[in-house]
Design a protein around this ligand. Structure first.
Ligand SMILES: [Zn+2]
Length: 65
């Protein structure tokens, strides 16, 4: 049975699984996919790069803007 997963569901699930915590803020580290556009200085072409980032309170502001 497929069920749409919300961000809150994901966090709750991760909580239950004993996910890694940030040693600094003690929040659960949530892995999110971040799309960034990156310009290649050699070709001046912009491409979108997808990265997986572990987010907690420490870096959520810089990851989500
Ligand atoms: Zn943290």
């Amino acid at each position: 049975m497929a069920k749409r997963q919300t961000f809150a569901d994901k966090v709750a699930k991760v909580k239950g699984a004993g996910a890694p915590h940030c040693p600094v803020c003690n929040e659960i580290l949530v892995v999110v996919k971040v799309c960034q556009s990156e310009q290649n200085p050699a070709t001046s072409r912009t491409r979108v790069v997808e990265r997986f980032v572990k987010v907690c309170k420490c870096n959520s502001a810089e990851v989500f803007g």
